[in-house]
Structures are given as structure tokens and as C-alpha cells.
Unconditional design. Structure first.
Length: 432
């Protein structure tokens, strides 16, 4: 037999263990926080963050260009039925003066330049309005993404409940299978009827049926959760039970909707300032460079170049209270937004009170659940002993076992519901 090097043996065993461990399927653990993070980063709506910023940046650049000179090329050609003519009748003996008349066909090509010198602060407030539009759109996007968390909660806690119930049913099946082995042995010895074993086998089949149903529901809900977080979730994934801590239950509304309403109200103030700019005087510098017939000398029929530079003042000093009425409209709009904000705050407070009532109710039910399970477990143990001694049938034992399973399912349900109620409270108040 060939001698083996101890070091090579150890090395070989090491790589063998690594190969085995790498071949084993890793069991994923999914957390609720990870699901929230995935939605914020990968949901299609999330891509709007960058798109909104880019579009706003382009609009602001266009607004800034209000200060750049506006350059236009204008041209026209015309033929008119008559032109101005001057007839001078001088006394006999005086030399006759001929005043030429302009041609009936006229042509003009001009380059016109207008430069805003003072435009009543309109550009300044347009840029402010664009900033509030961007902030409003971004906050509205946050609201929509935040509301997706409610869907995630529904999927996540449903899967958690399926997970718990499946484990509970599998455990119960193991107990009944062990009991079935004992009963079959007793049947073979003639101490129990075969019907007792049949009843236990039927219960096992029913449990298999329930487990299969739970697995199917869990699989479907996992697919829905996978779709909303844009990440594949394996069938073997284990969902971690969230640890929820609520510091205090003093109501405080921190929802994004409140900030959205505040931005909308501030936006109405900017719109009112923008109305004021319509009344402000505006001053422009202009220049015109052209070529045509006639030029500025209307009595010349020659094609010639011409130019003109100057300034222009416009000031609408009276517009029949249109600006005043428009500002009143924005004041009313601001009040409307305030009523929406107050209504939302009231509805949020009502929802939070409902969440708190649910938390208190479930906490009380859990205390009772613990007592019920203890009693149901004792009853099932007694029924098991009674069945072994022939006092009751296996059907009676199965009924007691089902009652114990139901009690445990109720407790798991209430545990999950309590965590969900706490998270619902945090979601409602915007603290999630």
C-alpha cells in the first residue's frame, strides 16, 4: 500500500468539503427593509427622479435665455394700388418743382434685434416657479413610492403566515405519523381496531392537502412580491420576522403628503408674485438693420440699406383689476390646498387610532392564545392516552389534535397580525 502524505490528505479533505459546501443550495433570507429598499431603487417609478431633474434643468435653461437678445429676420414684398404723390402748382414764371412719388412695388429685408433691459422680474419668478414645480413633482413621486410599501406589507405578511402555518402543519403531521405507527402496531396485536389507523391516515392526507395548498398560495404570493421588488425570490427563501419598536404612540403626522401640500401652498405665493410682474414696467433696447425700397427716405425709389437703434418702454398701468382678481384666485387656491391638508391630517389621525385599537386588541388576544394552547395541549395528551387505552376512538383524538392545531394557528396568526398592525401604524403616521 502506497504511503500517504498527511499534509496532502488534509488538503484534499479541505477542497472536498469546499466543493460539497459550494454545491449545497444557499437558503435566502429576505427582510422587509430590503423589500422597501428594492422598491425605492428598482421600481419603474424610481427612474422618474433623474428624468424630472433633467427636464427641470432644461426648462430653467430656457427661462434664463429670456435675457439673451432675440434676433429675427423679417422680409416682405408688396404691390399696392396707389402711392402718395405731391402736386405743386406754382405761378407762371417760377421753375416747376417735381416731387418724385415712391414706387408701387416695395421690398424690405430686415434684421431685428430686441434685448430685454428690465422685464419686471418675470424671469426671476419664472425660475422660482420652476423650482417649486420640480419639488412638487419629486415629492409626489415620493408619495407614490411610499404607498407601494402598503402592497409590500400585504404580500410579505401573507407569506410569513403561510410560512408559519406550513411549519405548524408539518410538525402536526410528524406527531400523527408517529401515533399511526403505534396504532398500526396495536392493530397487528389485536388491541385496536383497523378503523383507528384509517382515521389517522385520513388526517395525514388532509394535512398533506392543506400543506400543498399553503405551498401553492405561498409560491404565488412570492411571485407577486418578486415582481414588485424587481428581484427574483426563490421558493426556498425564508422571510425574516420584522422587529418593530415604537418609541411612543403620540400622534405625529410625518407623511410625505404634508410636505407636498406645503410646497403647493408656497407655489401659489410665487404665482401671485408672477402676476405682479404683468403690471411692472418693462424696458427693451432694439435695433434694426435692413435693405430694401424704399428705405427710411420714402421719396427715394432706389434700393438702399438702412438702420435704426433705440429703446422701448411698455407699462400697462390699468388692466381693469384683472391682476387683482387673479391674485384672489390664487388666495382661494391656497385655502383649498389647506383644506385638503387638514382633511388628510384628520383621516391620517383616524387611521392611526384604528391601528392603535388593533394593536391593543391583538396584544390581549395573544395573552389568551397562550392560555388556550396550554389547555389544548393538555387535552390532546389526555386524548392520546385515552385512545391508547381504548377509551376514545382515533377520530376523537384527531378532533382534539385539530383543535390544538387551530389554537396554535390562531396564535401565529395573531402574532403576525400584531407586527403588521404596528408596521401599519408606522406607515400611517409616516414613520416607516
Amino acid at each position: 500500500m502506497r504511503n500517504l502524505n498527511p499534509q496532502s490528505v488534509i488538503t484534499g479533505l479541505f477542497f472536498l468539503m469546499v466543493g460539497i459546501s459550494s454545491a449545497l443550495p444557499a437558503q435566502d433570507t429576505l427582510t422587509l427593509d430590503f423589500c422597501y429598499q428594492q422598491v425605492d431603487e428598482t421600481y419603474p417609478l424610481a427612474r422618474q427622479k433623474e428624468l424630472l431633474s433633467k427636464s427641470s434643468e432644461l426648462r430653467e435653461k430656457n427661462i434664463t435665455k429670456n435675457w439673451l437678445p432675440q434676433v429675427n429676420i423679417n422680409g416682405n414684398a408688396s404691390l399696392q394700388s396707389d402711392v402718395t404723390s405731391i402736386s405743386l402748382d406754382l405761378p407762371t414764371g417760377f421753375p416747376q418743382i417735381r416731387v418724385p412719388s415712391p414706387a408701387r412695388d416695395q421690398y424690405k429685408l430686415t434684421l431685428d434685434v430686441n434685448q430685454a433691459v428690465y422685464e419686471g422680474n418675470a424671469t426671476r419668478y419664472q425660475k422660482r416657479l420652476e423650482d417649486y414645480n420640480l419639488r412638487s413633482d419629486q415629492k409626489n413621486l415620493q408619495v407614490q413610492l411610499y404607498q407601494l410599501k402598503e402592497q409590500i406589507n400585504q404580500f410579505y405578511f401573507s407569506i410569513l403566515l403561510f410560512q408559519k402555518n406550513e411549519a405548524l402543519l408539518v410538525s402536526s403531521k410528524d406527531v400523527i405519523e408517529a401515533k399511526l405507527k403505534e396504532v398500526k402496531s396495536s392493530v397487528e396485536n389485536g388491541t385496536q381496531l383497523a378503523s383507528n389507523a384509517d382515521a389517522l391516515e385520513v388526517q395525514i392526507l388532509l394535512l398533506d392537502q392543506q400543506i400543498a395548498g399553503i405551498k401553492a398560495d405561498r409560491s404565488a404570493t412570492l411571485k407577486m412580491l418578486s415582481e414588485i421588488i424587481s428581484k427574483p425570490v426563490s421558493e426556498q427563501a425564508i422571510l425574516a420576522i420584522p422587529k418593530v419598536t415604537i418609541g411612543n404612540y403620540t400622534f405625529e403626522n410625518k407623511r410625505f403628503e404634508n410636505e407636498f401640500y406645503d410646497i403647493q401652498q408656497q407655489k401659489t405665493d410665487v404665482l401671485k408674485n408672477l402676476v405682479t410682474t404683468k403690471w411692472n414696467p418693462k424696458f427693451f433696447a432694439f435695433g434694426e438693420l435692413g435693405y430694401g425700397r424704399p428705405g427710411f427716405n420714402m421719396l427715394s425709389n432706389d434700393f438702399t440699406s438702412f438702420w435704426m437703434f433705440g429703446g422701448k418702454l411698455t407699462w400697462n398701468i390699468w388692466n381693469w383689476n384683472q391682476n387683482k382678481n387673479e391674485k384672489k384666485v390664487y388666495d382661494i387656491q391656497k385655502d383649498l390646498i389647506q383644506t385638503q391638508k387638514e382633511s388628510f391630517d384628520k383621516n391620517t389621525r383616524i387611521a392611526a387610532e384604528k391601528n392603535l385599537a388593533e394593536i391593543v386588541k391583538l396584544a390581549d388576544m395573544l395573552l389568551k392564545d397562550d392560555q388556550i394552547i396550554n389547555l389544548r395541549t393538555k387535552i390532546t395528551k389526555t386524548a392520546s392516552s385515552q385512545m391508547d387505552n381504548g377509551v376514545i376512538t382515533s377520530s376523537d383524538y384527531v378532533n382534539r389534535m385539530n383543535e390544538e392545531i387551530q389554537a396554535k394557528q390562531n396564535m401565529e396568526l395573531h402574532k403576525i397580525q400584531l407586527i403588521k398592525a404596528k408596521i401599519a401604524y408606522l406607515f400611517t403616521t409616516g414613520k416607516l
